[in-house]
Ligand binder design. Structure first.
Ligand code: ZN
Length: 202
């Protein structure tokens, strides 16, 4: 499966000067919502990811996704795996599990995002699920930005990767592109201003 082509075809691989949620800048941005706006494509991606996870014989009870980005990918993955789906959401900056979702003691949970960058939000969702008694058995994303090491890739985790190394991380592809600290951003030096993705209609 050529995930990069799917993103390009959906105009979901954006080029410009972006301010990422980490505060860093990048020339590229992956807008997964654009890929997932076609439910057929979302299904294909989730089925491919599910096949990868099934091949590992991992035991999973439930998929948990951090809102908002992870919900569509996580829901489709849960459907493809035939598992329950819940989501975690931020309330006043704090990740929580609400809406009557229950986590049983010992429940095996796989945390799913759309794109894993450093895995910060995924880790926060995992910690909430854990605090309720869940056991985190793995992480998944449609794509890996190259900071964490996914199952089946030679790309090594960078020091900024927040996902734990003792559980597997599954993704369909690696999308490696450079990110810059604002002070060292060549795009800023060229005189343009970093835009928050979504703020100009993207
Ligand atoms: Zn910049």
């Amino acid at each position: 499966m050529h995930v990069e082509n799917i993103y390009k075809k959906a105009n979901a691989l954006l080029e410009g000067h972006f301010l990422l949620s980490s505060g860093n800048h990048s020339k590229y941005y992956l807008q997964s919502a654009k890929v997932l706006e076609d439910p057929k494509v979302a299904e294909e991606l989730a089925v491919a990811l599910a096949e990868m996870i099934k091949a590992s014989n991992l035991e999973i009870d439930t998929i948990c996704a951090p809102a908002l980005g992870g919900i569509l990918a996580g829901y489709e993955l849960a459907r493809a795996l035939g598992k329950r789906f819940i989501f975690a959401e931020r309330v006043g900056g704090e990740m929580t599990i609400r809406r009557g979702f229950e986590v049983k003691k010992g429940e095996k949970i796989l945390v799913c995002e759309d794109i894993i960058t450093t895995g910060g939000s995924a880790l926060e969702a995992a910690k909430v699920a854990q605090s309720l008694g869940g056991v985190i058995v793995g992480y998944a994303g449609l794509a890996n930005r190259g900071f964490c090491q996914r199952v089946g890739s030679d790309i090594k985790a960078k020091p900024t990767c927040k996902l734990p190394f003792d559980v597997p991380f599954f993704a369909l592809a690696d999308f490696e592109f450079e990110i810059y600290e604002p002070h060292h951003c060549p795009l800023c030096k060229d005189g343009s201003t970093a835009q928050k993705p979504g703020s100009r209609g993207n």
